[in-house]
Design a binder for this molecule. Structure first.
Ligand SMILES: Cc1cc2nc3c(=O)[nH]c(=O)nc-3n(C[C@H](O)[C@H](O)[C@H](O)COP(=O)(O)O)c2cc1C
Length: 173
């Protein structure tokens, strides 16, 4: 497990190749297997593979989403906020599990933050931009997007910065 965690990196450059259907399904399965508060599954995963739509999606952020232009796919992770008030945690776990599973499948991916961020369009929030693009109902909140593609870059595995142990506290703080 630790080896897999070290191999996971944010990959922002992709080849022109499509992500094989079976690998995409495996990544989505990881999302669907994620635990949720009260087992309520408030999330929805919107998969985009259409190149024109992926191009449009880059404008959902003022910066930090340009990799979507060259991505083979994207998974928009959102939630029905009426189902549970802790949808942010539920969505984050699903994002993390899909991000890790993508790495395990040899698929590059990157977390693109949507919640609390702004788009390139007339002072619109990133979420409002996506709600307009996909005609999403008001009750849905968008947490993040996972960009996906066959890696066109290699990144070394993470090495634990031993200084981070300062963040761990036993018994007292
Ligand atoms: C909550 C969260 C939000 C992030 N948002 C973005 C983003 O909007 N755009 C981006 O390029 N990377 C984003 N990242 C990726 C981080 O920049 C990256 O994980 C961090 O720099 C460490 O690099 P690594 O993932 O290769 O270990 C985000 C990561 C997390 C966990």
């Amino acid at each position: 497990m630790i080896e897999k965690l070290q191999k996971r990196r944010s990959i922002r450059r992709y080849t022109e190749e499509a992500v094989p259907e079976e690998k995409l399904k495996t990544i989505l399965r990881a999302g669907l297997l994620s635990p949720t508060s009260k087992n309520l599954h408030p999330w929805e995963f919107l998969v985009v593979r259409d190149k024109e739509t992926l191009g449009k999606l880059t404008d959902c952020r003022d910066k930090g989403a340009d990799m979507l232009k060259g991505a083979a796919a994207a998974v928009i992770v959102m939630a029905d906020t009426e189902v549970n008030d802790v949808w942010i945690e539920d969505c984050s776990i699903a994002m993390s599990n899909m991000h890790l599973t993508a790495a395990d499948q040899g698929v590059g991916s990157c977390w693109i933050q949507i919640r609390n961020r702004n788009s390139r369009k007339d002072g619109m929030t990133s979420e409002a931009f996506l709600k307009e693009l996909f005609s999403l109902e008001e009750k849905y909140a968008v947490e993040a997007i996972l960009s996906l593609g066959i890696p066109a870059q290699e990144r070394p595995p993470l090495q634990l910065d031993e200084r981070l142990w300062e963040k761990v506290h036993f018994e007292t703080f």
